[in-house]
Design a protein around this ligand. Structure first.
Ligand SMILES: [Zn+2]
Length: 338
Protein backbone atom coordinates (compact mmCIF):
# COMPACT_ATOMS: atom_id res chain seq x y z
CA UNK A 1 0.00 0.00 0.00
CA UNK A 2 1.07 3.55 -0.69
CA UNK A 3 1.54 5.65 2.39
CA UNK A 4 3.41 8.48 4.05
CA UNK A 5 4.66 10.13 0.91
CA UNK A 6 5.72 13.24 2.70
CA UNK A 7 8.15 12.46 5.52
CA UNK A 8 11.87 12.18 4.90
CA UNK A 9 13.01 8.89 6.36
CA UNK A 10 9.61 7.18 6.49
CA UNK A 11 8.94 4.70 3.67
CA UNK A 12 6.75 5.57 0.68
CA UNK A 13 5.59 1.99 0.54
CA UNK A 14 5.31 -0.88 3.02
CA UNK A 15 4.97 -4.39 1.67
CA UNK A 16 3.29 -6.38 4.45
CA UNK A 17 1.09 -9.42 5.05
CA UNK A 18 -1.99 -7.19 5.19
CA UNK A 19 -3.02 -3.54 5.45
CA UNK A 20 -3.16 -3.67 9.24
CA UNK A 21 0.49 -4.69 9.52
CA UNK A 22 1.48 -2.10 6.92
CA UNK A 23 -0.33 0.63 8.85
CA UNK A 24 1.31 -0.38 12.11
CA UNK A 25 4.77 -0.47 10.52
CA UNK A 26 4.41 2.89 8.79
CA UNK A 27 3.37 4.55 12.06
CA UNK A 28 6.19 2.92 13.96
CA UNK A 29 8.84 3.92 11.41
CA UNK A 30 7.56 7.49 11.10
CA UNK A 31 7.65 7.85 14.87
CA UNK A 32 11.20 6.53 15.04
CA UNK A 33 12.25 9.15 12.51
CA UNK A 34 10.74 11.95 14.61
CA UNK A 35 12.14 10.66 17.87
CA UNK A 36 15.69 10.36 16.63
CA UNK A 37 17.47 13.49 17.84
CA UNK A 38 20.96 12.09 18.51
CA UNK A 39 23.92 14.30 17.78
CA UNK A 40 27.02 12.46 16.59
CA UNK A 41 30.29 13.31 18.29
CA UNK A 42 31.93 14.56 15.10
CA UNK A 43 29.15 16.99 14.18
CA UNK A 44 29.60 20.74 14.40
CA UNK A 45 26.93 23.46 14.54
CA UNK A 46 25.95 25.08 11.25
CA UNK A 47 27.03 28.65 10.63
CA UNK A 48 24.36 31.26 9.85
CA UNK A 49 25.28 31.04 6.16
CA UNK A 50 24.94 27.26 6.21
CA UNK A 51 21.53 27.57 7.92
CA UNK A 52 20.42 29.88 5.11
CA UNK A 53 21.73 27.51 2.45
CA UNK A 54 20.02 24.50 4.05
CA UNK A 55 16.71 26.41 4.10
CA UNK A 56 17.15 27.57 0.54
CA UNK A 57 17.86 24.08 -0.84
CA UNK A 58 14.97 22.54 1.11
CA UNK A 59 12.71 25.20 -0.46
CA UNK A 60 13.93 24.93 -4.04
CA UNK A 61 15.07 21.38 -4.68
CA UNK A 62 11.62 19.70 -4.51
CA UNK A 63 10.20 22.23 -7.01
CA UNK A 64 13.01 21.32 -9.38
CA UNK A 65 12.56 17.56 -8.82
CA UNK A 66 8.85 17.70 -9.65
CA UNK A 67 9.73 17.87 -13.35
CA UNK A 68 11.66 14.62 -12.91
CA UNK A 69 8.98 12.58 -11.16
CA UNK A 70 8.79 13.76 -7.55
CA UNK A 71 5.12 13.93 -6.59
CA UNK A 72 5.35 16.19 -3.56
CA UNK A 73 8.09 17.60 -1.34
CA UNK A 74 8.85 15.45 1.68
CA UNK A 75 8.89 17.01 5.09
CA UNK A 76 12.36 17.74 6.43
CA UNK A 77 13.56 20.32 8.90
CA UNK A 78 16.70 22.35 8.27
CA UNK A 79 17.85 21.08 11.67
CA UNK A 80 18.07 17.61 10.09
CA UNK A 81 20.81 18.90 7.80
CA UNK A 82 23.94 18.21 9.83
CA UNK A 83 27.51 19.34 9.28
CA UNK A 84 30.42 17.02 10.01
CA UNK A 85 33.46 18.78 11.37
CA UNK A 86 36.16 18.48 8.71
CA UNK A 87 38.79 18.81 11.47
CA UNK A 88 37.57 15.45 12.76
CA UNK A 89 37.46 13.83 9.33
CA UNK A 90 39.92 11.11 10.34
CA UNK A 91 37.39 9.74 12.86
CA UNK A 92 36.98 6.05 12.00
CA UNK A 93 33.17 6.16 11.92
CA UNK A 94 33.11 8.94 9.35
CA UNK A 95 34.52 6.72 6.60
CA UNK A 96 31.71 4.22 7.23
CA UNK A 97 29.11 6.96 7.14
CA UNK A 98 30.14 9.14 4.20
CA UNK A 99 29.50 7.78 0.72
CA UNK A 100 32.62 6.76 -1.16
CA UNK A 101 32.36 9.02 -4.18
CA UNK A 102 31.03 12.15 -2.44
CA UNK A 103 31.33 14.14 0.76
CA UNK A 104 28.02 13.44 2.43
CA UNK A 105 25.58 10.84 3.65
CA UNK A 106 21.93 10.00 3.71
CA UNK A 107 20.81 6.64 5.04
CA UNK A 108 17.27 5.49 4.17
CA UNK A 109 15.09 5.17 7.24
CA UNK A 110 16.64 8.24 8.85
CA UNK A 111 15.85 11.94 8.62
CA UNK A 112 19.48 13.03 8.54
CA UNK A 113 21.48 14.55 5.77
CA UNK A 114 25.19 14.84 6.59
CA UNK A 115 27.73 17.02 4.83
CA UNK A 116 31.47 16.89 5.45
CA UNK A 117 32.65 20.38 4.64
CA UNK A 118 34.34 23.37 6.22
CA UNK A 119 32.43 26.59 6.97
CA UNK A 120 34.68 28.45 4.51
CA UNK A 121 33.47 26.35 1.58
CA UNK A 122 29.79 27.20 1.15
CA UNK A 123 29.62 26.03 -2.44
CA UNK A 124 30.91 22.57 -1.56
CA UNK A 125 28.41 22.39 1.31
CA UNK A 126 25.55 23.44 -0.99
CA UNK A 127 26.55 20.80 -3.53
CA UNK A 128 26.74 18.00 -0.94
CA UNK A 129 23.47 18.99 0.75
CA UNK A 130 21.68 19.08 -2.62
CA UNK A 131 23.06 15.64 -3.61
CA UNK A 132 22.07 14.03 -0.31
CA UNK A 133 18.63 15.64 -0.38
CA UNK A 134 18.02 14.11 -3.82
CA UNK A 135 18.71 10.73 -2.16
CA UNK A 136 16.40 11.66 0.72
CA UNK A 137 13.57 12.45 -1.72
CA UNK A 138 14.04 9.16 -3.56
CA UNK A 139 11.47 6.39 -3.42
CA UNK A 140 11.80 4.14 -0.40
CA UNK A 141 10.02 0.91 0.31
CA UNK A 142 10.35 -1.58 3.14
CA UNK A 143 9.15 -5.12 3.55
CA UNK A 144 7.96 -6.80 6.73
CA UNK A 145 8.84 -10.24 7.98
CA UNK A 146 7.65 -12.20 10.98
CA UNK A 147 10.07 -13.84 13.38
CA UNK A 148 9.88 -17.56 14.15
CA UNK A 149 7.24 -17.09 16.83
CA UNK A 150 5.06 -15.36 14.27
CA UNK A 151 4.42 -12.52 16.71
CA UNK A 152 7.13 -9.95 16.08
CA UNK A 153 7.41 -7.98 12.89
CA UNK A 154 10.80 -7.07 11.46
CA UNK A 155 11.36 -4.70 8.59
CA UNK A 156 14.07 -4.46 6.00
CA UNK A 157 14.68 -2.04 3.18
CA UNK A 158 13.36 -3.41 -0.11
CA UNK A 159 14.07 -0.60 -2.53
CA UNK A 160 15.73 2.78 -2.25
CA UNK A 161 15.69 5.03 -5.30
CA UNK A 162 16.73 2.81 -8.17
CA UNK A 163 18.50 0.48 -5.77
CA UNK A 164 17.05 -2.98 -5.32
CA UNK A 165 18.25 -4.38 -2.04
CA UNK A 166 19.94 -7.75 -2.35
CA UNK A 167 18.93 -9.53 0.85
CA UNK A 168 21.05 -12.58 0.16
CA UNK A 169 24.40 -10.88 -0.07
CA UNK A 170 25.42 -8.03 2.19
CA UNK A 171 26.68 -4.84 0.49
CA UNK A 172 25.75 -5.93 -3.00
CA UNK A 173 22.68 -3.82 -3.66
CA UNK A 174 21.71 -3.78 -7.32
CA UNK A 175 21.94 -0.54 -9.35
CA UNK A 176 23.93 1.16 -6.58
CA UNK A 177 26.25 3.06 -8.94
CA UNK A 178 23.60 3.88 -11.50
CA UNK A 179 21.56 5.34 -8.63
CA UNK A 180 24.52 7.58 -7.75
CA UNK A 181 24.90 8.64 -11.39
CA UNK A 182 21.23 9.70 -11.62
CA UNK A 183 21.44 11.46 -8.25
CA UNK A 184 24.54 13.45 -9.21
CA UNK A 185 23.20 14.25 -12.67
CA UNK A 186 20.06 15.72 -11.06
CA UNK A 187 22.29 17.61 -8.62
CA UNK A 188 24.33 19.03 -11.51
CA UNK A 189 21.19 20.17 -13.34
CA UNK A 190 19.82 21.73 -10.14
CA UNK A 191 23.14 23.51 -9.49
CA UNK A 192 23.35 24.89 -13.03
CA UNK A 193 19.80 26.22 -12.84
CA UNK A 194 19.71 27.57 -9.29
CA UNK A 195 23.22 28.25 -7.95
CA UNK A 196 23.97 31.24 -10.25
CA UNK A 197 20.99 33.06 -8.70
CA UNK A 198 21.82 32.51 -5.04
CA UNK A 199 23.85 35.34 -3.54
CA UNK A 200 25.90 33.27 -1.07
CA UNK A 201 27.41 31.01 -3.71
CA UNK A 202 26.81 32.62 -7.12
CA UNK A 203 30.29 34.17 -7.55
CA UNK A 204 32.13 31.03 -6.53
CA UNK A 205 29.88 28.90 -8.72
CA UNK A 206 30.55 31.06 -11.79
CA UNK A 207 34.28 30.55 -11.29
CA UNK A 208 33.80 26.79 -11.09
CA UNK A 209 31.57 26.79 -14.16
CA UNK A 210 34.35 28.37 -16.20
CA UNK A 211 36.61 25.50 -15.22
CA UNK A 212 34.20 22.66 -15.68
CA UNK A 213 34.99 21.06 -18.99
CA UNK A 214 32.58 18.18 -18.79
CA UNK A 215 29.31 19.86 -19.59
CA UNK A 216 27.97 17.59 -22.27
CA UNK A 217 27.16 14.52 -20.29
CA UNK A 218 23.64 14.22 -21.62
CA UNK A 219 24.43 16.01 -24.83
CA UNK A 220 25.63 13.22 -27.09
CA UNK A 221 29.10 12.83 -25.65
CA UNK A 222 30.40 9.33 -26.41
CA UNK A 223 31.18 7.36 -23.29
CA UNK A 224 34.82 6.66 -24.19
CA UNK A 225 35.48 10.37 -24.27
CA UNK A 226 33.99 10.81 -20.81
CA UNK A 227 35.87 7.89 -19.28
CA UNK A 228 39.21 9.02 -20.70
CA UNK A 229 38.71 12.67 -19.86
CA UNK A 230 41.19 14.26 -17.49
CA UNK A 231 38.86 15.01 -14.63
CA UNK A 232 41.13 17.28 -12.61
CA UNK A 233 39.28 20.45 -13.58
CA UNK A 234 35.84 19.25 -12.75
CA UNK A 235 36.10 17.60 -9.39
CA UNK A 236 33.14 19.70 -8.33
CA UNK A 237 30.70 17.08 -9.61
CA UNK A 238 31.15 13.52 -8.37
CA UNK A 239 30.79 10.13 -10.00
CA UNK A 240 32.10 11.14 -13.47
CA UNK A 241 32.55 7.55 -14.69
CA UNK A 242 29.16 6.48 -13.40
CA UNK A 243 27.58 9.47 -15.13
CA UNK A 244 29.47 8.57 -18.29
CA UNK A 245 27.83 5.14 -18.22
CA UNK A 246 24.42 6.73 -17.65
CA UNK A 247 25.03 9.04 -20.63
CA UNK A 248 25.90 6.04 -22.76
CA UNK A 249 22.71 4.21 -21.76
CA UNK A 250 20.65 7.31 -22.51
CA UNK A 251 22.25 7.74 -25.94
CA UNK A 252 21.67 4.10 -26.83
CA UNK A 253 18.03 4.16 -25.72
CA UNK A 254 17.42 7.44 -27.55
CA UNK A 255 18.96 6.14 -30.79
CA UNK A 256 17.45 2.67 -30.71
CA UNK A 257 13.90 3.86 -30.07
CA UNK A 258 13.63 6.26 -32.99
CA UNK A 259 10.74 8.68 -32.72
CA UNK A 260 9.72 7.70 -29.20
CA UNK A 261 11.71 10.38 -27.38
CA UNK A 262 12.01 14.03 -28.42
CA UNK A 263 15.08 14.80 -26.32
CA UNK A 264 17.73 12.93 -24.33
CA UNK A 265 16.18 14.47 -21.23
CA UNK A 266 12.98 12.50 -21.97
CA UNK A 267 15.02 9.30 -21.67
CA UNK A 268 16.74 10.60 -18.53
CA UNK A 269 13.29 11.10 -17.01
CA UNK A 270 12.60 7.35 -17.28
CA UNK A 271 15.57 6.87 -14.95
CA UNK A 272 14.58 9.69 -12.59
CA UNK A 273 10.96 8.54 -12.35
CA UNK A 274 12.18 5.07 -11.43
CA UNK A 275 14.39 6.62 -8.75
CA UNK A 276 12.08 9.31 -7.34
CA UNK A 277 8.67 7.74 -7.89
CA UNK A 278 9.49 4.04 -7.83
CA UNK A 279 8.29 3.33 -11.37
CA UNK A 280 10.67 0.59 -12.44
CA UNK A 281 8.64 -1.12 -15.17
CA UNK A 282 8.77 1.50 -17.97
CA UNK A 283 12.55 1.71 -17.56
CA UNK A 284 12.95 -2.07 -17.45
CA UNK A 285 10.87 -2.44 -20.63
CA UNK A 286 12.85 0.10 -22.64
CA UNK A 287 16.21 -1.34 -21.49
CA UNK A 288 15.15 -4.88 -22.46
CA UNK A 289 13.90 -3.60 -25.80
CA UNK A 290 17.16 -1.77 -26.46
CA UNK A 291 19.71 -4.26 -25.14
CA UNK A 292 17.80 -7.53 -25.34
CA UNK A 293 15.98 -9.76 -22.89
CA UNK A 294 17.58 -10.31 -19.50
CA UNK A 295 19.82 -7.28 -19.73
CA UNK A 296 17.93 -5.10 -17.25
CA UNK A 297 19.01 -7.56 -14.60
CA UNK A 298 22.47 -7.78 -16.12
CA UNK A 299 22.93 -3.99 -15.80
CA UNK A 300 21.54 -4.16 -12.24
CA UNK A 301 24.22 -6.70 -11.38
CA UNK A 302 27.02 -4.91 -13.16
CA UNK A 303 26.32 -1.66 -11.32
CA UNK A 304 25.85 -3.25 -7.89
CA UNK A 305 27.58 -2.23 -4.69
CA UNK A 306 31.13 -3.45 -4.06
CA UNK A 307 31.39 -4.64 -7.65
CA UNK A 308 35.13 -4.68 -8.31
CA UNK A 309 36.23 -3.02 -11.52
CA UNK A 310 32.64 -2.30 -12.44
CA UNK A 311 33.48 0.61 -14.76
CA UNK A 312 35.43 -1.68 -17.11
CA UNK A 313 32.87 -4.46 -16.91
CA UNK A 314 29.94 -2.17 -17.71
CA UNK A 315 31.93 -0.44 -20.43
CA UNK A 316 32.74 -3.75 -22.12
CA UNK A 317 29.19 -4.99 -21.77
CA UNK A 318 27.74 -1.79 -23.23
CA UNK A 319 30.23 -1.75 -26.10
CA UNK A 320 29.22 -5.30 -27.04
CA UNK A 321 25.51 -4.54 -26.95
CA UNK A 322 26.00 -1.04 -28.37
CA UNK A 323 26.44 -2.46 -31.90
CA UNK A 324 22.83 -3.60 -31.90
CA UNK A 325 21.58 -0.10 -31.09
CA UNK A 326 23.70 1.71 -33.68
CA UNK A 327 22.76 -0.88 -36.35
CA UNK A 328 19.13 -0.14 -35.62
CA UNK A 329 19.46 3.63 -35.89
CA UNK A 330 21.45 3.36 -39.15
CA UNK A 331 18.76 1.09 -40.57
CA UNK A 332 16.11 3.65 -39.73
CA UNK A 333 18.21 6.54 -40.96
CA UNK A 334 18.49 8.21 -37.55
CA UNK A 335 21.51 9.84 -35.94
CA UNK A 336 24.16 7.62 -34.43
CA UNK A 337 26.43 8.14 -31.49
CA UNK A 338 29.56 7.45 -33.55
ZN1 LIG B 1 25.08 9.75 -3.31
Amino acid sequence: MENYRGIIGAPDKVVARDDRDAEWVKNKLALEVFEDTDVLEFERPKTIEEEIIAHWIIENLPKFLEAYGLEAPKLISYSDIRMIDSKKSDHKEISNLIEMGGGGAYIPGTNRVYALSGPENLLRSAHIIAHELVHAHSFSSVETELDESGKNIYTHQRRFGLIIVNKDEEFSNFFMFLNEAITEELTRKFAEKYFPGFFLISEEFKKIQEKVTLQGILRNTPMEQLIDEEFSDQKFYCYPNERGILAFLINDIFNFNQGRFTTHDDVFKLFTRAMLHGELLPLARVIEKTYGKGNFRKIAELTRERQPDFINEVTNFLKRTHKRTTDNSKKEGGPTTE
